[in-house]
Design a protein around this ligand. Structure first.
Ligand code: SF4
Length: 404
């Protein structure tokens, strides 16, 4: 593996930043030489370069992977929502020959996206109904979602906010819109937690992000700030010394990182997650359960155990939301429960995420837990352990007392 030292510059003009050594894996190195022969190692490790050279056309994508008829046919549709977009770094992880490779399926559009099933909607979680101002989604008593960007560096094909991504007409999330959001949070003392999301907030320039975080921190009743992002996974180059320095200023600040598959756990990703953790940012993962991508116990165990190794605590496993054209990604609910049952007890409790369904229409996250509680009999509470064996726990109550 090749190493490159990124020269650290401090945009705020403070004392010099430590150097961040960003690894470039052998695979990424070969990919760069082949498809971006004029790019230097420094270019490759520059997140602005990565964004500028994102793959956003079938012509360019077809030079990198062998597109199938199914994938190519998507070009005939007038609108691709969300738009095709893959960073060069993430494209280096795609299998050029296997259209069924899990992470390729998660970012390369196919015809099935144009089959809409009953119950699907462009706003399956009813977020629009819960937007008191343009930037805020307020569904829970003490926390809000703050939409700060309509832009992502990679478009996931199953994105719950497909309607937002790349939609400048409907979702212009500029400074004026942010000000409305800040005023709303300030005026609502019950809000103690804000999740900054979008789009991907870490695609914002440092200055804007710094400004937003500093303004949020001026709100006395706001206890914690969370950032929801996929950037460390699809554009690890964005985690610069300057960004780390900004994040450190606004603790307690948490980060929920969107992971899909163990193939994403590269040396680059491992490096930046550790750097974020060293900056004092508690890291959690969010994963969408996706058919033929990560819907089996082995894949999920590898992912969750791998995350713990890079200091990311598995947090949520989501049933895939009913976004338009996503039925080819969706698994029966029983599959999620089966996966949780296959993890719980068989590996560290830390490696077991909470399986949730975000209730259609805006009901919020509903956790689903396999049934370990089997009721009661004359010997107490009946429990099923992870191996399916039955145990009793006598809590001192008799059936008679309970019936009373
Ligand atoms: S990173 Fe999140 S918001 Fe962006 S396209 Fe993927 S799922 Fe959607």
């Amino acid at each position: 593996m090749e190493q490159i030292s990124e020269s650290a510059s401090d945009e705020a003009g403070l004392k010099p930043l430590p150097k961040l050594t960003v690894p470039i894996s052998e695979r990424a190195h070969r990919f760069r030489k082949c498809y971006f022969p004029h790019a230097t190692q420094a270019d490759w490790n520059d997140w602005h370069w990565q964004i500028k050279h994102s793959i956003d056309s079938f012509e360019r994508l077809g030079e990198i992977i062998k597109l199938t008829e199914n994938e190519l046919s998507v070009q005939n549709y007038l609108k691709i929502t969300p738009p095709l977009k893959i960073t060069p770094y993430y494209a280096s992880l795609l299998d050029p020959d296997d259209p069924l490779q899990p992470i390729r399926r998660s970012v390369v559009p196919v015809k099935a996206e144009y089959n809409y099933s009953p119950f699907e909607a462009d706003d399956p979680l009813g977020e629009e109904k819960h937007r008191p101002v343009r930037a805020i989604v307020h569904r829970y008593p003490d926390r809000v979602l703050f939409l700060v960007s309509n832009w992502c560096s990679v478009s996931c094909r199953y994105c719950t906010r497909s309607r937002v991504i790349g939609n400048n007409k409907r979702y212009k999330l500029d400074l004026a819109v942010w000000e409305e959001g800040l005023a709303y949070i300030k005026a609502n003392p019950n809000i103690r937690d804000v999740v900054i999301s979008g789009g991907d907030p870490l695609t914002l320039p440092d200055l804007k992000l710094d400004w937003l975080l500093s303004r949020l921190r001026l709100i006395p009743h706001l206890e914690i700030v969370r950032i929801g992002t996929k950037i460390p996974v699809v554009l690890p180059q964005r985690i610069t010394p300057s960004l780390l320095r900004i994040l450190k200023r606004y603790h307690p600040l948490y980060m929920s990182i969107h992971f899909t598959h163990p193939d994403e756990l590269t040396p680059e990703v491992s490096h930046v997650c550790k750097a974020l953790a060293d900056a004092g940012v508690p890291l959690g993962s969010q994963t969408v359960l996706l058919k033929d991508i990560n819907d089996n116990v082995d894949t999920m165990r590898h992912l969750m155990q791998g995350l713990l190794k890079i200091r990311v605590r598995p947090y949520y496993l989501y049933q895939c939301d009913q976004i338009l054209g996503s039925s080819h990604f969706r698994t029966p609910v029983a599959k999620g429960l089966e996966i949780i049952e296959g993890l719980r007890g068989f590996t560290s409790g830390y490696a077991v995420p909470t399986f949730v369904i975000d209730a259609p229409g805006g009901g919020g996250k509903v956790p689903l837990i396999p049934d370990y509680y089997q009721g009661r009999d004359e010997n107490g509470v009946v429990l099923k352990n992870f191996q399916g064996l039955t145990y009793h726990y006598n809590d001192g109550l008799t059936l008679k007392e309970i019936a009373r």
